[in-house]
Design a protein around this ligand. Structure first.
Ligand code: PLP
Length: 393
């Protein structure tokens, strides 16, 4: 019989995908299900990007490319980093590696930077895959609980308290999945300063950076002039509604991206050629790209406001008011004395509304609601949640 190797003994399938699969299974039996568990907005990829990709296929973008990605794309990524970095210590195309989604960039970065015995600080709650990716690198993820009164954000004191002589890095995510919290430039600078002082790697996952509703969300590149131990993770997935194209990248020190590319040359090779050309169109899209992103962010803002309005229809409910991304994090507590983790499962079975249990983000009394879906679904689903919470009180 199958005995998993020690490589994967810690790995569990993603709870996010698990809820989506259960929602699909219920639908297949004829039930109406409102799916608020998805980690993606329901928009189509903007037309100018799809058209550029179609042209690229016709013009021969059907073969292997350089492992680290086509040069014009890496140049466009470097240029985007430099616009944020304000010319300090210019990022070159050789400090960029193109990957199959942000997930691969994160995985490869963790794999080349961390190993057995290393500890990596993970502000919590946070995206479920961080813990698993660090474990796949045989390092130890150390959850650092944020402050629920501060949108669950962590500060340098909390990080300091969780650190040991074995701490090697920290995974920062702003805007944050699942809370929608956005770290201010001052908060990012303070964390970057601590990482620099301690010699920790700072991995900054900025895949939701363009999806911010109040002030623009800052990159770590806006907040520090020293990027010797900084790796920025980005992707077109969320900002350009391109999750299925699987296209992300990392910006980091030359030796780090070289090691990531070497690793990738023996695993997946280059990211899909057509996806690279699609991403190039997105990054070079100028006003068309900015307009498409702004339109999506505006639609998401309306859905956020609709979700908040429905959530609070019977009065206060503890939640994080999201300033970015497209998730609403809500405390359901131990309603009616039931196991708090069961709330999401009961909600799906009884009411036909799918959300992700907070256990996936190591805060089991909470749930994550995605408002990336159609506004009518968001309203209906969140209203059901508010009614359920109200009835249990
Ligand atoms: N980082 C965060 C915080 C995410 O929420 C996700 C997707 O859910 C990813 C990375 C993965 O992005 P990609 O689809 O580009 O691999």
């Amino acid at each position: 019989s199958f005995q998993p190797s020690p490589n994967v003994t810690h790995v569990t399938p993603s709870m996010t995908s698990g809820m989506a699969a259960r929602a699909r299974a219920l639908r297949a039996t004829g039930r109406t299900v409102v799916d608020l568990s998805q980690g993606q907005p329901e928009f189509d990829t903007p037309a100018f990007i799809r058209e550029a990709a179609q042209r690229a296929i016709d013009e021969g973008a059907t073969r292997y490319t350089a492992t680290d990605g086509i040069l014009p794309l890496r140049e466009a990524m470097a240029q985007q980093a430099n616009r944020r970095h304000q010319g300090l210590d210019e990022v070159g195309a050789d400090e960029v590696v193109v990957t199959s989604g942000a997930k691969q960039a994160l995985f490869n970065a963790c794999f080349v930077l961390f190993g057995p015995g290393d500890e990596v600080l993970v502000p919590t709650p946070n995206w479920t895959s961080y813990y698993e990716i660090v474990e796949l690198a045989r390092a130890v993820p150390v959850p650092v609980l944020g402050d629920p009164a501060q949108q669950w954000k962590v500060d340098p004191d909390a990080l300091r308290a969780a650190s040991t002589p074995r701490t090697r890095g920290i995974l920062l995510n702003s805007p944050c999945n699942p809370t929608g919290a956005v770290y201010s430039p001052g908060e990012i600078a303070a964390i970057a300063a601590l990482a620099r002082e301690r010699g920790w790697w700072l991995l900054s996952d900025e895949v939701y950076r363009r999806i911010a509703y109040e002030a623009p969300a800052s990159s770590v590149l806006d907040c520090t002039s020293d990027r010797e131990r900084v790796v920025v993770i980005d992707a077109v997935s969320k900002s350009f509604a391109m999750t299925g194209w699987r296209l992300g990248w990392a910006v980091g020190p030359r030796e780090v991206v070289k090691a990531m590319a070497a690793m990738q040359s023996h695993t997946t090779s280059n990211a899909a050629a057509v996806s690279q050309h699609a991403a190039l169109a997105a990054l070079q899209g100028g006003a068309a790209a900015d307009g498409a992103v702004a339109e999506m962010v505006e639609a998401l803002r309306q859905r956020r406001d609709a979700a908040l309005q429905e959530l609070l229809r019977h009065g206060p409910v503890e939640h994080v008011r999201p300033d970015g991304a497209f998730y609403l994090y809500v405390r359901v507590g131990s309603t009616g004395g039931v196991d708090p983790g069961a709330f999401a499962y009961d909600l799906l079975e009884r009411e036909g509304v799918a959300v992700v249990p907070g256990a996936a983000f190591r805060t089991p009394e909470w749930i994550r609601i995605s408002y990336g879906g159609a506004e009518a679904d968001v309203r209906q689903g969140v209203r059901t949640i508010a009614d359920t919470l109200h009835a249990a009180r």
